[in-house]
Design a binder for this molecule. Sequence first.
Ligand code: SF4
Length: 394
Amino acid sequence: MTDTSFMKTPQVEIPVSAAGNIPNNPDHQGREDLIGLSREQLAERFALLGEKPFRVNQVWSWLYNRGIRDIDGMTNISRETRTKMQDVFHISRPSITSQQDSEDGTRKWLLKFGDRNEAETVYIPDRDRGSVCISTQVGCTLTCRFCHTGTQKLVRNLGAAEIVGQFLTARDSYGEWPTPNETGRLLSNVVVMGMGEPLFNYDNTVTALKILTDPDGIALSKRRVTLSTSGVVPRMYDLGRDVGVNLAVSLHAARDDIRDQIMPINKKWPLKDLIKACREYPAVSNARRITFEYVMLKGINDSDADARELARLVRGIPCKFNLIPFNKWPGSDLECSSWDRIERFADILCDLGYSAPVRRPRGRDILAACGQLKSESQRERLKRHQTTEAPPAA
Ligand code: SF4
């Protein structure tokens, strides 16, 4: 049996929701952002401007099919209407604080929003396609012990404009406008696995997902969008009903006593409730299986017994595992399981009928691998601050 006696129990308050939404992302002149408004909201806004409902389709196509960044470029809309729009709307993109390219092709951006808060977005190529990993919060309220991002306190939720804006920025970077056919895309998938717990920022995340999957704009198939949650059980039911994108669950343990120690959210929504929500997730089928993420932690969750318990726990759910070698980060007391152990763990799951590939670490040289996202500018700022504040050498 795995020895867990040495683990500390973090005392964490799990909030039901996180505060700080920025609904319409106004610019410094108070003009509302067109990016991030739902179709319904756009229709309301245009009605107030005395415009006909068909304007919504026109504007939507310019924003999300053509990637336009300037209202004046919407040439099938009359000059008079464009002038009216310019008085009340703007089109945002986050500004790029830094961009880093890994030797394996992974590209990471540190993006700055209107209030100077920052979050990270990563593009992970895979042959002729690839996934954009987007963030939903600045920081995180949860303190999953293996996660570097979890060491950064929650600052605020990102608005829908800021969530969608991450994907738009990635598309700008690769010049992927207008929206190509589904088969010819470099940026073919979205994974909502960056900073934060997306289901604690539910409304903004759902609005953003609806924009990303709208067939007349960015047009990502729901099958190509995966949201990862640490297990906000009530919202998993809502997500299945409201959007039905693919689900990934940060599982990381097959027993409550272990999961309590590494994922404090388990104390609020334990495995029994989490697994029930997975079984009942509406979009799940053999063609669209749930991904259970499982970080391999030496001596904690990686024994043969853990593997068998895991298979027993998820029996009957169309699912696959994603075994993640733990990325050691400064300050963490955890260790990655040995490769022999990871292979043995994967073999047991495979023998029991589950797909259990081991995730290849990506972007290690730019700290873009899973669980390592952290605002570098914040650290840079801190470093600069410390340099300024340090007493002069004697
Ligand atoms: S794994 Fe996700 S939910 Fe957990 S601390 Fe990291 S960012 Fe937050």
